[in-house]
Design a protein around this ligand. Structure first.
Ligand SMILES: [Mn+2]
Length: 399
């Protein structure tokens, strides 16, 4: 790949008068100032196509300024479409493991996240590596500060990187297979954040139209035709069986899941959203990660006036330290509630009671936020006979 840098006519021109400096020009200046360095592009723990394609675009742009980047994540890529994306595009990523040398980097770059959803944030802070760049489309969070920040309330991070490319930070060439794969990945990133462009607004449609000149549609088809795994099908079945629909909200708890199956939760939420008269779907379960446990949930909505970030923050609140359990962006949100003292219980009956407790509490908080009275808590009747759900005699009031 060529690293020669031609003058960026649009973006390197000095702004005249009161004209604001474009974000592309600002990023150019930052990369020029850090030329010769090595940076870590940090993705959220469970990277999605938007994060992967945005990170890759950043890596290729940075390379033009002689900034070498590694794309790093901790956690897992488990969604079949994401695995297909990585395999077919051959984008190189590092999965963090204990002992990996973080001090080799002179700075960190947060793409499609602001440090709150990446376990690597604390590790890099501990290693003394400073955040240099944040490019994201989630609601602004204040976990980290960087030299360059571009946070916009739009459909996808891939849209922002497409804009940088269009402004001259990377000149795409249709005969360069890497560029074709990057354009395809960015297209997939945008599509996956906008339900296949159905929820796309002007920015996403313009970006997609630009990318379509370089993207490989048969490669995109291959990525999209990845099949759902059996686990995902099972979790969708549980989500369907357990769902409770109130005021066009579909809410469902799916019980305990292994950490590697975490991606089935957003997929189940996507599925519940396809039901007639449902505008919002929320699916949650308890994830087991070693001896740590947490309630993990996903929210999807097609209701334009509903802000998932606000909804989840108001419904679920924050920790003693003021960190919110949930957050989101347009159309989607997620939450994580650590289970401290109650984690690691092995006794079957207690495990069932624990699920029951969290299931009822979360449902109660969500229903309160929606503004419907929560159902009376059943003390005797089993919720269903799926086996994953409890039948214990626990009353929330007793805790
Ligand atoms: Mn995103």
């Amino acid at each position: 790949m060529s690293r020669d840098r031609r003058p960026l006519t649009d973006v390197s021109a000095k702004p005249s008068g009161a004209q604001p400096i474009s974000k592309a020009a600002e990023l150019t200046a930052l990369l020029e100032a850090h030329s010769g360095e090595r940076h870590a592009i940090v993705m959220q723990d469970y990277p999605d196509p938007d994060a992967i394609s945005g990170a890759w675009a950043h890596k290729l742009i940075a390379a033009r300024f002689a900034v070498d980047c590694d794309i790093i994540y901790e956690g897992r890529i488990s969604h079949q479409e994401n695995l297909a994306l990585v395999q077919l595009t051959e984008v190189e990523m590092v999965r963090y493991s204990e002992g990996y040398n973080l001090e080799q980097y002179q700075g960190t770059v947060f793409v499609d996240n602001q440090g709150t959803t990446a376990a690597l944030t604390d590790r890099f802070t501990a290693a003394g590596v400073k955040p240099l760049v944040i490019v994201d489309h989630h609601e602004k969070q204040d976990r980290i500060e960087a030299e360059f920040t571009d946070i916009r309330k739009i459909g996808a991070t891939a849209t922002i990187y497409t804009e940088y490319i269009r402004e001259g930070l990377l000149e795409l060439n249709k005969s360069n297979p890497i560029h074709v794969k990057l354009a395809t990945a960015l297209m997939h990133g945008i599509r996956s954040e906008t339900s296949g462009l159905i929820r796309a607004r002007e920015e996403e449609l313009e970006a997609a139209s630009f990318l379509s000149r370089f993207a490989d549609s048969s490669l995109l088809e291959d990525i999209l035709s990845a099949k759902r795994s059996k686990t995902v099908m099972d979790v969708i079945r549980l989500a369907l069986e357990n769902r409770e629909i109130r005021e066009s909200y579909s809410i469902s708890g799916v019980g305990f899941l292994r950490s590697e199956d975490r991606d089935s939760i957003p997929q189940a939420a996507d599925f519940l959203l396809t039901e007639e008269n449902v505008h919002t779907a929320i699916v949650y379960g308890i994830i087991l990660k070693g001896d740590r446990e947490m309630v993990v949930g996903s929210m999807r909505t097609s209701k334009v006036t509903l802000n998932p970030d606000e909804f989840l923050k108001e419904a679920l609140g924050a920790t003693d330290m003021g960190r919110y359990y949930g957050g989101g962006r347009r159309g989607a949100g997620g939450f994580e509630i650590p289970i401290g003292f109650l984690a690691g219980i092995k006794d079957d009956e207690l495990v069932r009671m624990k699920w029951r407790l969290y299931d009822e509490l979360i449902k109660k908080k969500l229903l309160e936020k929606i503004g419907v009275p929560p159902p009376t808590i059943r003390s005797e009747t089993p919720r269903s006979d799926t086996g994953a759900l409890p039948t214990g005699g626990l009353r929330v009031e007793e805790i």
